[in-house]
Write a protein that binds this ligand. Structure first.
Ligand code: ZN
Length: 574
């Protein structure tokens, strides 16, 4: 099946399917008032703050902020990409996916190319597995590392023979080069990249082989070698062992991040099936975001030497932008002379797990690190602490976690308040109906108008009836309002989920999602009135702004005929 899924099909799907049924089939929901609630599947919590709204066809978690429509739910819950999620949702609704014809041939052929890359990687992996079976010295090596047959099978371990052209003799050369399996010399000659090494196929979360890692059997160098970046392999985005981990447990309580392939395998031997390794690169924020999709607790394991401590700091630097409430990072520093393999051997699984559990929370590690060498009993030391720590804390996303880190810095530094403007506490979540309604009323009329339009697309009719002249109206908020209105009028059938979908991956996505979530606290029979008032006031503001702008322009440069007409028009309405 080729061709892109048509936009109309996605709209239709989002109107036909009921998000309450969909989510209920994955996470049992309970009805309370207008909403359905459950304990959030995306973060660990004791009381339910995950809520699903049938009218908006939208879910939202007040705890971790997760939100979206039915497609977003499947992407997050089942770890699918967009197309996979649409396919699953269509299957759930019992309808078949409609795709666009012809026009997207280029897309399809690109996909075809990738498919042949995946195919050759798969065949090469099978070839390496076969080679391992007939190479006693490689089997000996794995035995010496106490790797059992079952684990070797789970991880598809193989062996790349000690020859220069094993692969090029057997497989398509062009594909091998593209898959990073051949090295091309300056004179155009090619040779196998992996030779005389145990190879570790790297699979993405959909079980496709995307690259390989290889380790020598002796002490020759380099000890480890990885596939280069290719169209299907991006080191900054993949981790080794994730597929194998998810095959054992799709919702692990925690994920342990270790340094090498052999660490992952050694731990799996001991029943610790939740370890992964970054692929010879520093752990990136993309890695963290990927791993946090599967577990809310990440434990990073580092050697106790200087290099290990430096690596720990680098991870912390990239972790800061991913940290928020409901997510936890720990730093586990190994005792000197140990790697995870030797440590689990010496202390047993229980000892190892205990170390992991009592590993230092990233927040503790952070403050220890920035405070080291500073004398906090002196003003100078405390002010240095603030200037060292603050730039990091400012990178934390808004939320309780950030508040707590700032208040910890306040405690440590003895400062009464650190720039309270950007770390002020979020408004309390539970407030009386009346004060919440007042809060909503205080919002700008642009926000109210757009929020209500997103939540009740039928209001578009009221706008039509007003017969508004939009010419010359330029104002923050008006642009987005017009855009949402345009989308509604353009579509056959529409609900909030369809509108959200329209703005996926656009600069407006965040704002639109936030406005769709905004609680109007307005009785059903007052909605039209509140909307109409907000729109009138928005239009009035926009007209005043445009009049001011045009009058200023008239004074400096003069106006063209069109602008003059617009100005006269607006002055007449005002
Ligand atoms: Zn949540």
């Amino acid at each position: 099946m080729s061709g892109r899924i048509s936009k109309e099909f996605i709209d239709e799907l989002l109107v036909r399917v009921d998000i309450v049924d969909l989510i209920d089939s994955h996470v049992p929901l309970k009805k309370t008032g207008a909403n359905y609630v459950a304990r959030c599947p995306f973060h660990v919590e004791k009381s339910p703050s995950f809520s699903v709204n049938r009218n908006k066809q939208f879910f939202h978690c007040f705890g971790c902020g997760a939100s979206g429509n039915a497609i977003s739910f499947l992407m997050d819950f089942s770890h699918l990409d967009f197309v996979e999620a649409v396919e699953d949702l269509a299957a759930f609704a019992g309808i078949s996916v409609r795709r666009e014809q012809a026009a997207y041939v280029a897309d399809a052929s690109k996909k075809e190319d990738l498919n042949s890359l995946y195919q050759v990687l798969e065949q090469v992996a099978a070839f390496y597995v076969e080679q391992l079976r007939v190479t006693p010295k490689a089997i000996e090596y794995l035995k010496s590392r106490q790797v059992k047959g079952a684990i070797a099978r789970d991880f598809l371990l193989g062996y790349a023979p000690d020859k220069w052209s094993c692969l090029s003799e057997r497989f398509d050369q062009k594909l091998l080069i593209e898959a990073g399996l051949l090295v091309v010399k300056d004179d155009g000659q090619v040779y196998d990249r992996f030779r005389s090494r145990v190879v570790f196929p790297i699979r993405d979360k959909r079980s496709r082989i995307v690259g390989f890692g290889g380790r020598v059997l002796d002490d020759s160098l380099p000890k480890y070698l990885n596939s280069p970046e290719t169209p299907v392999f991006h080191k900054g985005k993949e981790v080794y062992g994730l597929y194998e981990l998810l095959a054992k447990n799709s919702k692990p309580q925690r994920i342990l991040i270790v340094e090498g392939y052999m660490d992952v395998i050694a731990l799996a031997q001991y029943g610790i099936h939740y370890a992964v390794a970054a692929l010879g690169t520093a752990t990136s924020q993309a890695h963290l975001d990927l791993l946090f999709r599967f577990s809310s607790e990440l434990v990073f394991c580092f050697d106790g030497d200087r290099a290990g401590r430096e690596a720990a700091w680098r991870v912390m630097e990239s972790a800061f932008s991913s940290l928020k409430e409901g997510r936890s990072c720990r730093i586990m520093i190994l005792p000197p002379q140990h790697d995870p393999d030797s440590l689990v051997r010496e202390e047993g699984v229980d000892g190892f797990v205990n170390r992991m559990r009592s590993a230092q929370a990233l927040s503790d590690y952070f403050f220890d690190y920035v405070a080291s060498g500073l004398n906090l009993s002196e003003v100078e030391g405390r002010s240095q602490l603030i200037s060292k720590a603050k730039p990091y804390l400012e990178r934390l996303p808004e939320g309780t976690y950030r508040e707590m880190m700032f208040s910890r810095l306040q405690d440590l530094s003895g400062m009464a308040s650190l720039n309270s403007a950007d770390n002020k506490l979020a408004p309390p979540q539970v407030s009386s109906y009346q004060s919440r309604q007042q809060e909503f009323n205080r919002l700008s009329s642009a926000r109210v108008a757009i929020a209500l339009l997103l939540q009740h697309p039928a209001l578009a009719e009221n706008v039509e009836q007003k017969d508004i002249d939009w010419t010359g109206l330029e104002f923050r908020g008006i642009e987005l309002f017009k855009s949402v209105l345009g989308v509604i009028l353009d579509k056959q059938s529409v609900n909030t989920a369809v509108l959200i979908e329209h703005y996926r991956d656009t600069p407006e996505e965040k704002l639109v999602t936030a406005l769709a979530l905004l609680d109007a606290y307005t009785p059903e029979d007052k909605i039209e009135k509140v909307f109409s008032d907000a729109l009138d006031s928005l239009l009035k503001q926009a007209r005043i702004a445009s009049i001011t702008r045009l009058e200023a322009k008239a004074r400096c440069h003069g106006l063209d005929a069109q602008e003059q007409a617009a100005l006269v028009n607006m002055l007449a309405i005002k």
